[in-house]
Design a protein around this ligand. Sequence first.
Ligand code: HEC
Length: 268
Amino acid sequence: MPKKLPFFLIANALLSSALPTWGEELPEGKGKEMVAASCTSCHTFSSRVGAGYTATGWHTVMRMMINHGVPIPRDQLGTMTEYLIKNFPEKLKPAGVVVLTPPSPKSRPYGMAVNSKGAVFFVEFGTNKVGGVDPATLEIREYPLPDPASRPRRIAITSDDIVWYTDFSRGYLGRLDPSTGAVTEWQSPSGPKSEPYGISAIKDIVWYSESGSTPNTVVRFDPGSTKFQSWAIPGGGNIVRNTSVTRDGSFVLANSLVNAVTLVKISK
Ligand code: HEC
C-alpha cells in the first residue's frame, strides 16, 4: 500500500526517541519492549489506554493500529496483544455505589421511605430504632424508640415529613418527628399480636395492614383526629408484606401467601 508509506516513515523515525521515555512506564512482562517500540510514537501509550479493553477490544485495537500503518511484525503481534490483554484489562467503571453502615450492629434495615427533602429514612427491624440518612454528609442518625421490644418493620412519611412506622413485635403504630426525635405510639386496633406490616401514606392519612390478625385487615389512621378504622380483607389477605399507592390515590396491598393483590378504592 504505497499510500501508507509516509506514515511508516514518520512512525519509524520517531521510534528511537520515544522508546526510552515510555518504555519505563510499562509494566514488566513478555512483549513490553515490543509495545514500547511500536506503540508510543504517534501517541503516548498511556493517553489511549483509557480504562483498558477486553481481550476482544485489544484485538480490535491492534487491527485498527495496523490499519493506521503501525509496522507490527507478524511474529510479534500475538505476543504484544497478549501483553496488552494481560496488563491493561478493561477496568470496571467507577460505580456510584456507597455502602453506609448504621451505628447499631445487626440493625436489619428493613422498610424505607424518602421525605420531602430527599432524605432517606429506614426502620431497623433488628432493634428498636429508626435510621435517617443525611443527604449532604451521608451520615446515619438513629432515633431510638421508647420501648426496647419495638421492632419497626415498615415505614411511611406524610407531607409534613413525619415518619410513621409499624411496630411489628408489639402491635403499635408509631409516629416519629425527626426534627425533635419525639415519638408517639398507638396500639393497633387488633391488639398486641396484630403484627402491623405494610404501610403507606395517602393524602396525609396513614394506611396499613395487620398481618397477624385473621383475616388480615386494612387499617386507616387519621393523624388529625387520631382515630382508627379497620376492615377485613376479603379472602384473608395473608400476609400483606408490602403496600403502595396508585396514582389516583388507591391503596394497594400485596397479599403474599394467597397469591392476590388487594386494591382499596378510597372515596373522595
Ligand atoms: C502510526 C501511528 C500510530 C502508532 C504507531 C500507534 N497508534 Fe494507536 N492510534 C493511532 C491513531 C491515529 C489513533 C486514533 C484512531 C481513531 O480514533 O480512529 C490511535 C488510537 C489508539 C487507541 C484508542 C483506540 C480507540 O478506540 O479510541 C489505542 C488503544 C491505541 N491507539 C493503541 C495503540 C497500540 C497498542 C499501539 C501499538 C501497537 C499503537 N496504538 C500505535 C495511531 C497510532
